[in-house]
Design a protein around this ligand. Structure first.
Ligand code: HEM
Length: 438
């Protein structure tokens, strides 16, 4: 616990290097194992998934997310997953792609050369607008600042808890931290119930809120207002924070790797010219997608997930008694030299010759695997690819600091604001071409 509290991601990598693919650890009062090898990961998330439920850390999110898709279990989870999945089918996501590109274009158009900005803040606001408009058919622009601020408070609360034994304090006790969390949730609820009430008063708009409000079981029962609130909150939060992080880390890495950035710009100029990126362009943008895969490998926004055994079971032939936890660290497994040569290096090229097909299942899992795999995976890949394509075609982000450290909270966030400047690609290209030759 002490080692983990000092630096969670460094500790998880070190335990793998020192002890192998399946490592017993002790977390305060909890007995746990780290599963690092792809085979062990597949055993936990797929082959023996029925022996596990989500772990204590995920259940700590219940005060915030209620029993939405991320935190629900059993029949309730299955019913909701079936209900929500159609909103993420390929054709639907392609339709959202046009909105994603439009919002990215508006953002890119609003930038000025040399403009200083905090990229993480900007990406949070942009992806929040995208998820609210695509899934909930709502414009959250007037509340964006407040939502981003509330979310930062919630993350600070969970960061303090995850990294110390404070996670043992029940959220029902009136401590200052708990009161702050309750206040943030109450305000969040006002916003979410506002969206739900507005939608209830209208006819079917074909969005996910209408779908949830109109859903009926065979016996005619629908979802309660609270259940709809839980799903809407889950999708709003899970659906923008992670993608914002992927984009933020991608632009930081591009800034530190000018050769990669130039190759990316060349692909974007060649495929798009001066027009907007569209969902049907994705297949023609392999390098852009490789940049995102490589970003998700090195900086997986969900850097760890956990499961708790609901009965005595075993993994890799080793006993895992009931109530023991198995943790899977995407961060550590994605940096395993057995699967990725020069694992610490940012080399998008590695993805260009079918690496994803050659890797063992479980070696690259930014979206998890098995039945609880991210429902928004293709939404996220479409969104991040279209946003990077649209923005990087016109703008370079130059970070003030060389590199920003990670802050492992619920997700892998930047440890400080991501201040930098936007530089126009066209202006720089013109300046380079006007330099007289020798
Ligand atoms: C780069 C972006 C994203 C990453 C890295 C990511 C990662 C993940 C991971 C690893 C899980 C599985 C957690 C586990 O097994 O314990 C997950 C689940 C989930 N994600 Fe994502 N996600 C992303 C984007 C999204 C988006 C865009 C949405 C929705 C719009 C979304 C909604 C969800 C939901 C609802 C679940 C729970 C699914 C279930 O248990 O049935 N995620 N995500």
């Amino acid at each position: 616990m002490g080692e983990y509290g000092l630096d969670p991601v460094a500790a998880m990598v070190r335990w793998r290097d020192e002890h192998g693919d399946f490592v017993p650890i002790r977390f305060g009062p909890f007995r746990a194992h780290m599963a690092y090898g792809p085979a062990e990961i597949e055993e936990v998330l797929v082959d023996r998934a029925a022996d596990f439920r989500k772990s204590f850390a995920t259940r700590m999110l219940i005060p915030l997310l209620g029993h939405g898709l991320l935190t629900a279990e059993g029949d309730e989870w299955l019913r909701h997953r079936r209900l929500i999945s159609p909103a993420f089918h390929r054709e639907r996501v392609a339709g959202y792609g046009r909105i994603m590109a439009k919002y990215a274009d508006e953002w890119a158009q609003a930038r000025r050369d040399d403009e200083p900005l905090d990229l993480h803040d900007e990406m949070m606001a942009l992806t929040l607008r995208v998820v609210a408009r695509t899934l909930l058919d709502t414009d959250v622009t007037p509340s964006i600042k407040e939502i981003v601020q509330l979310l930062a408070e919630v993350q600070d609360f969970y960061y303090g808890r995850f990294a110390s034994l404070r996670f043992l304090i029940p959220t029902s006790l009136p401590t200052p931290g708990n009161r702050g969390l309750a206040r943030a949730i109450r305000r969040f609820d006002e916003l979410v119930y506002g969206i739900i009430r507005e939608r209830r008063a209208e006819e079917d708009r074909g969005d996910l809120v209408s779908l949830l409000l109109l859903a009926r079981d065979e016996d005619g029962t629908g979802l309660t207002e609270r259940q709809v609130r839980d799903e809407v909150t889950t999708l709003l939060l899970a659906g923008h924070e992670t993608t914002a992080l992927a984009l933020t880390w991608a632009f930081m890495l591009l800034d530190g790797h000018p050769d990669v950035r130039r190759r990316l710009e060349a692909e974007l100029v060649g495929v798009l010219g001066d027009r907007l990126a569209l969902p049907e362009d994705l297949a023609a943008l392999p390098y852009t997608q490789a940049v995102l895969n490589e970003t998700l490998r090195l900086y997986p926004p969900v850097y760890v997930t956990g499961r708790e055994a609901i009965r005595d079971t075993e993994i890799a032939g080793q006993p895992v008694p009931k109530r023991h936890i198995v943790l899977i660290s995407m961060y550590a497994t994605h940096r395993d030299p057995r699967f990725f040569s020069e694992p610490e290096a940012f080399r998008p090229e590695r993805w260009l010759d079918g690496l994803d097909k050659r890797l063992p299942h479980g070696a690259f899992i930014p979206f998890g695997m098995g039945s609880r795999k991210c429902v928004g995976a293709s939404f996220a890949m479409t969104e991040t690819t279209l946003l990077v394509a649209t923005i990087a075609r016109r703008w370079r982000f130059e970070l003030n600091a060389g590199e920003i450290a990670t802050l492992p909270s619920i997700t892998l966030r930047p440890a400080s604001a991501m201040w930098g400047r936007m530089r126009s690609v066209a202006r720089r290209a013109a300046m380079t071409s006007s330099v007289p030759g020798p």
